[in-house]
Design a protein around this ligand. Structure first.
Ligand code: CTP
Length: 319
């Protein structure tokens, strides 16, 4: 089945030994988590066979010119015209070229972060990756303030910034990006049609306000490559979530990867309700086939990797 990890990773979610003793969802709280460096290296090597994270993290300027037509990655029949603005914001070289870190945090957006007190621990990592421009200042104690790499699905512009239609929303957005300072701002602009007007507005605002964020736009092959890697481990994920994409990319740059804010379930391990996002009221149908993602399956996989020391998953309070 697709919810098993292959023997290549030496992990198997149906492994009896893994299940013994501790309830599955509490396994990560077992004391004495230890990094398994040889497994980390093996995973990095395996992923490298599918994607070159340094390159695939962004299209570069020299690979496109204004007026080029791009086929959307997940909707091949629909196309996008590369505008001058978009082209001018493509990086000259990969923003991740030659960057290596001892420890990285990948921060998901689950409500499990609320009251975690994990802010300081997260900020202590050498490189912090965050998803979808999630608010930080108001939640600093639980999520931290630092972001070196920030993703932004175009849909966020509609959902959280009113489509940038009026000046108030634009100002709020510019302030948000200003707070990101020189973070990489990673915009999946070539995935699906629908967000191109938003991306164009974002790009305009960045140029007009001379913001220092370093824009990046994932390559056309990234999602297929990531999907391909996980498929070899018998994990069939049609649309990897941003969080899983970030973990997969980070394996190239980071020796030790810590995940926070990954908990795609409506209740915590004691049965208390957990918000889908720590910062808004969005509801998510975790187990519906209608949703594009399979976060619970992803989570199960990540949990197994945690138990093997490939990554560290934190879903409880930080001390
Ligand atoms: N996440 C999680 N549990 C949640 C919410 C989010 O594990 N309850 C993780 C997922 O890996 C997700 C990431 O945190 O991709 C960022 O969350 P979010 O911004 O909500 O992503 P979505 O918009 O839901 O999904 P995507 O950006 O991947 O389309």
């Amino acid at each position: 089945g697709d919810n098993e990890l292959s023997s290549r990773l030496m992990v198997n979610s149906t492994d009896k030994n893994l299940r013994k003793g501790v309830p599955a969802f509490l396994r990560h709280t077992v004391k004495g988590w230890q990094l398994n460096s040889s497994l980390v290296i093996m995973i990095r090597k395996d992923i490298l066979r599918f994607l070159d994270a340094e390159r695939d993290v962004s299209v570069v300027k020299s690979s496109l010119k204004p007026g080029d037509i791009i086929h959307y990655v997940l909707e091949r029949r629909r196309t996008l015209n590369v505008s001058r603005t978009l082209h001018s914001l493509l990086p000259d070289v990969s923003p991740m070229k030659n960057r290596r870190f001892k420890t990285c945090a990948v921060v998901g957006n689950s409500g499990i972060l609320l009251n975690s007190g994990c802010g300081r621990e997260i900020d202590d990592h050498d490189f912090v990756i965050r998803c979808n421009l999630a608010p930080q200042a108001e939640f600093a104690e639980d999520v931290g303030l630092r972001s070196d790499f920030t993703t932004m699905n175009p849909s966020v512009i509609q959902r959280a910034f009113g489509g940038l239609k009026n000046e108030t929303d634009q100002e709020r957005f510019v302030l948000r990006l200003t707070a990101l300072n020189e973070s990489v701002l990673w915009i999946p602009a070539f995935m699906v049609k629908g967000g191109e007007r938003h991306v164009e507005r974002v790009n305009d605002l960045i140029l007009r306000n001379k913001l220092r964020v370093r824009t990046a736009y994932p390559s056309l092959r990234l999602v297929h490559a990531v999907r391909g890697y996980w498929l070899t481990n018998k994990i069939n994920i049609k649309r990897p979530s941003t969080g899983l994409l970030m973990y997969t990319l980070a394996t190239r740059f980071c020796d030790e990867i810590h995940l926070y804010g990954f908990w795609p379930f409506p209740k915590d391990s004691s049965g208390n309700p957990v918000k889908y996002h720590y910062y808004d009221t969005l509801k998510y149908r975790y187990f519906s086939n209608a949703s594009p993602h399979r976060m619970p399956l992803e989570f199960k996989t990540l949990r197994v990797l945690h138990s093997r020391g490939a990554l560290k998953l934190t879903t409880s309070k930080c001390s």
